[in-house]
Write a protein that binds this ligand. Structure first.
Ligand SMILES: Nc1ncnc2c1ncn2[C@@H]1O[C@H](COP(=O)(O)OP(=O)(O)OP(=O)(O)O)[C@@H](O)[C@H]1O
Ligand SMILES: CC(C)(CO)[C@@H](O)C(=O)[O-]
Ligand code: BAL
Length: 282
């Protein structure tokens, strides 16, 4: 696996692949890689001749007071994991390489509607930062396929919308959530949890599973969500949101069958997110 830090080298290397007619898959990450990220690489590996991963802790998507400085940076371990997973190319640029004029002067991509509510409400500007950097990576790599995790469900919806609205010829593949044995969705931020918080953390998934079972058997939505909220509080979480939406993140209407439960909750300073699909009864 080659590691590249600058844009001309990336363009030159990918130019060779494209001239060979190779299919190129992109896996964008912020590093500190775990089995969730490696599932994205495996999905890419199965579908393309050239797999490009990126590691970039994107300052444009962090709000004031968020964990930009604390975010774990583990490049040597990440390189070894990517290599073992069959990744061909790692692009890991500096901030100045992607944003040479600084963050304030950066042209941005703003995706409407699907960014409203959920994480878009609790992290203002976050999805503008995500869409801008992902749009930039799409332009630099020009992949045929890009893989994103369903753990960041709203992010995946935002990327699908961006690709549709800008008519980008890129297939977006959503990869199912990889969980620890106790159900906790793998996340780099799990590393912030104390031993006691790590013991509590799987209760987020347990709450979602309980809610799914209740709603699939016809339970009242608002009463069930209230119970779920209380369960999270009782477990020691500070819930941010707990919502039922249609699978496309639109509102649930009487004809909605395929739906999604989405939650974000803090355990101490750590913000965890999770989601679970369900089918509503007729
Ligand atoms: N448990 C998981 N299962 C599947 N995909 C995942 C999982 N965790 C992260 N991903 C996906 O990996 C990609 C890169 O995510 P990122 O580097 O932010 O990792 P993360 O573990 O989600 O970190 P964070 O704690 O910052 O949310 C995203 O598409 C994300 O949805
Ligand atoms: C897609 C992404 C790499 C953009 O910085 C990030 O939001 C992430 O890791 O999910
Ligand atoms: N995993 C999405 C990136 C973020 O939380 O900033």
């Amino acid at each position: 696996m080659r590691t590249l830090r600058d844009i001309p080298a990336l363009r030159e290397t990918l130019g060779d692949a494209r001239r060979r007619g190779d299919r190129v898959a992109l896996v964008p990450t912020m590093g500190n890689l775990h089995e969730g990220h490696l599932a994205l690489v495996a999905a890419a590996r199965q579908r393309a001749e050239v797999v490009v991963a990126t590691i970039f802790v994107n300052p444009l998507q962090f709000g004031p007071g968020e964990d930009l400085d604390a975010y774990p940076r583990t490049l040597a371990e990440d390189q070894a994991r990517l290599e073992a997973a069959g990744c061909d190319l790692l692009f890991t640029p500096d901030t100045d390489t992607l944003y040479p004029r600084g963050l304030e002067a950066q042209t941005r991509i703003v995706v409407p509607e699907v960014t409203e509510g959920l994480c878009g409400a609790s992290r203002p500007g976050h999805f503008d930062g995500v869409s801008t950097v992902v749009g930039m990576l799409f332009n630099l790599v020009q992949p045929d396929l890009a893989c994103f995790g369903e753990k960041d469900y709203q992010q995946l919806a935002v990327i699908r919308r961006l690709v549709a609205d800008l008519h980008l010829p890129i297939e977006i593949l959503g990869v199912p959530i990889v969980r620890a044995e106790d159900g906790l969705a793998l996340s780099s931020r799990n590393g912030y949890l104390s031993a006691e918080q790590r013991r509590i953390a799987p209760r987020l998934y347990v709450t979602l599973c309980k809610l799914r079972d209740t709603l699939e058997s016809g339970g009242d939505t608002s009463a069930s969500l209230e119970h779920g909220w209380a369960d999270l509080k009782q477990a020691g979480f500070d819930p941010d949101y707990l919502e039922l939406r249609a699978a496309d993140l639109g509102p649930v209407i009487p004809s909605t069958r395929e739906a999604i439960l989405l939650a974000a909750a803090r355990l101490g300073p750590t913000r965890l997110i999770d989601n679970l699909a369900l089918t509503l009864p007729r």
